[in-house]
Design a protein around this ligand. Structure first.
Ligand code: PMP
Length: 405
């Protein structure tokens, strides 16, 4: 399939919107992407045609809902190149996926054990492990990053030892755009026998993912950052690891046999899916991943690279603007600060011009401390953005600079 950004834009109804009479330029895709019509239709179709609880009904609607729901799981399994469909667990998003793993880990860790994360974590992949370590009497170690925003690989390696039980890192940093060498990091962690979790919240929508090739134990991501709905996401886990991972929530669906005195657990994936799942949104996530996977991936990546290159070149040439995060390998987002004003003011004044970006600490306060900034302005890109929109961003930033002067 060829890549035609004009045709792609037509699939996203929200891109027709005006903000105060100005065409919307949506550059907050790292926070959440917009949804194509087929994803919106999948939700409407589910609720208008086959809303029913899955796996348990003895009627046609329940059969149809179950088929669509499990078909969506197949789409995700294929997208990740999972070895088996039951390695794909539905969650409410990346945050819950990481919490499931961290919750289980608290039962497996003992005093003296170590967990390693990086200095560029989103709070979802930091606070969770902090809490797990606190509860278990284990210690958390932070792999440092360079001024460019790249992980210090030697320092990362030096943190690994026979006490390291879990190593977690982002595929792509939401605040810096840095892409981590996840396969290499996984190999090193595996040499000391640690489990590996990849926070794929920002990685899933920006490149091919092959969990078998990466070699990790867990890969977590959210639908809403890859053209799907909010409130649903994935925890992928390697069968051997997931099958024995301590259960998370208990209740319906996740049990095999229950008596008043004891219970036994269901098989994967259900043992980690207690209660009624978010069926409609899971089906819509399947629609989103199918939609995205059918795009020409090489063309998508080339397009996003062109957007990033243009943004980076214009930012570097912009007097009084400093990029935060200059890793050699970046994708999706460019963070910056300006001499003329606070990021919040930049965001506000861009919004007045119809341009939506994100400002603040990006749920990465320690990372902001690391760069000694209160926060940044971040423009982040998706398949439907254009080079003209990048130009418009910098045109608008020139106005912002004048207004703030
Ligand atoms: N990790 C990273 C790197 C993220 O960017 C985000 C979302 N900003 C999360 C985790 C959490 O994702 P969610 O809020 O969808 O659970």
């Amino acid at each position: 399939m060829s890549f035609d950004v004009t045709a792609i834009r037509k699939e996203f109804p929200i891109l027709e919107r005006k903000i105060d009479g100005k065409p919307l330029i949506y550059l907050d895709n790292a926070a959440t992407t917009q949804k194509p019509q087929c994803v919106i239709d999948a939700i409407v179709d589910y609720y208008t045609q086959c809303n029913a609880n899955v796996h348990r009904g003895a009627h046609q609607l329940a059969d149809e809902a179950t088929r669509r729901f499990e078909n969506a799981r197949d789409i995700i399994a294929q997208f990740l190149n999972a070895k088996a469909r039951h390695e794909v667990i539905w969650t409410s998003g990346t945050t819950e996926s990481i919490n499931i793993v961290a919750h289980g880990l608290t039962k497996l860790l003992k005093a003296g054990d170590e967990v390693v994360v990086t200095a560029m974590e989103h709070h979802a992949n930091l606070v969770t492990w902090q809490q797990a370590c606190l509860q278990a009497g284990a210690s958390l170690h932070i792999a440092p990053i360079s001024d460019l925003g790249e992980l210090d690989l030697d320092a990362f390696d030096a943190l690994l030892n026979e006490n390291t039980k879990m190593v977690a890192f982002p595929h792509v940093s939401n605040a810096l755009g840095s892409v981590n060498p996840i396969k290499r990091l996984t190999q090193k962690a595996k040499e000391v026998g640690a489990w590996v979790l990849v926070d794929g919240a920002q990685g899933a929508a920006h490149g091919d993912i092959d969990v078998q090739d990466i070699g990790c134990d867990f890969y977590a991501f959210s639908a809403h950052k890859i053209y799907g709905p909010m409130g649903v996401g994935i925890l992928w886990g390697r069968e051997e690891v997931l099958a024995d991972w301590p259960v998370w929530q208990t209740g319906g669906e996740m049990i095999s046999r229950v008596s008043y005195s004891e219970s036994s657990w269901n098989v994967l994936p259900y043992r980690l899916e207690a209660g009624t799942p978010n069926v409609g949104d899971a089906i819509a996530m399947g629609a989103a991943i199918k939609w995205y996977s059918e795009l020409d991936q090489a063309a998508v990546q080339a397009h996003e690279k062109a957007l990033m290159m243009s943004a980076t070149e214009q930012a570097m040439a912009f007097d009084g603007l400093r990029i935060i995060g200059n890793a050699h390998h970046k994708v999706g987002a460019i963070s910056f600060v300006m001499d003329s004003g606070h990021p919040a003011d930049i965001g506000f004044l861009l919004d007045r011009q119809g341009i939506a970006i994100r400002t603040g600490d990006h749920c990465a306060q320690p990372l902001m401390d690391r760069f000694q900034v209160p926060g940044t302005a971040r423009a982040s890109f998706a398949v439907y953005n254009t080079l003209e929109e990048v130009d418009a961003l910098f045109e608008a930033l020139r106005k912002v600079k004048t207004m703030l002067a």
